[in-house]
Design a protein around this ligand. Structure first.
Ligand SMILES: [Zn+2]
Ligand SMILES: [Zn+2]
Length: 244
């Protein structure tokens, strides 16, 4: 199951587990890497909502998506959210363990509700048979610090066959989370681009951009801007959670 992960790190983890015994990375309970009680907390939402106003719907598209006001400040067309972040400390903690405690094998558990939502709703994405999954890129410097792109690992778990790691980030964004919404948009402008060799492959395809968390939607907007410049007609975001 973890074949794509770094083999050296894997051997090290297995050795540690043999010496000290495994415990759940989310609650500390002795036993599996993620215990069944924690595993059962990852319940996908049964509804979606408009990415702008939050009113519930079934597919995560904007209200009156062709001409309506809700979509006017966004360049992406749809946002599929897997779980409700606001109500769940557990989810918040899990994402933090994954990204900041560098428990990269949590990608397997975290991707499950995302995979569920993607396959449940992919028929709502135009040209369903030609969908490409693409992770939000991490700048090289950040990648070096963390050692992995959390969005890429999630995307691999969701649909490895249709995955294309086709975006890259040009400017190093240090403390994106601490910036205001307008500062973020300014900071992001022009920072993401389609890697040269992939331009032709994404053209005329529906692209699903995978990220762990969406906040204002500015990162997704930036990905959508650059993809649409390359001839991508439809961009859908797919995230584990939305933080409003
Ligand atoms: Zn647990
Ligand atoms: Zn709306």
């Amino acid at each position: 199951m973890f074949l794509f992960l770094d083999p050296v790190l894997m051997r090290f983890e297995i050795l540690l587990d043999l010496l000290f015994g495994t415990s759940c990375r989310l609650c500390g309970h002795p036993g599996d890497y993620v215990c069944s009680a924690c595993e059962n907390n990852f319940i996908p939402d049964s509804f979606q909502s408009c990415p702008n106003c939050g009113s519930k719907n079934e597919d995560g598209k904007f209200c009156d998506s062709d001409v309506g006001e809700c979509g006017q400040n966004f360049l992406f067309d749809q946002l599929i959210v897997s779980m409700d972040y606001g109500k769940s400390d557990f989810l918040r903690k899990s994402i933090s363990s994954y990204k900041y405690d560098l428990e990269k094998m949590l990608c397997v558990t975290l991707a499950k509700p995302m995979k569920h939502q993607f396959f449940r709703l992919r028929h709502k994405i135009p040209d369903e048979k030609n969908i490409i999954l693409c992770p939000v890129p991490l700048h090289k410097k950040k990648l070096k610090q963390r050692g992995f792109n959390q969005s890429l690992l999630l995307a691999k778990q969701i649909d490895d066959e249709n995955l294309l790691d086709c975006l890259e980030r040009e400017i190093f964004l240090s403390d994106q989370a601490k910036l205001s919404k307008s500062q973020r948009l300014k900071n992001l402008r022009g920072s993401i681009r389609v890697k040269g060799e992939f331009g032709d492959l994404v053209k005329n395809k529906s692209v699903v951009v995978v990220d762990d968390v969406a906040t204002t939607g500015s990162t997704l907007n930036e990905c959508a801007a650059t993809l649409k410049n390359c001839g991508v007609p439809y961009v859908c975001g797919l995230v584990l959670a939305r933080v409003r």
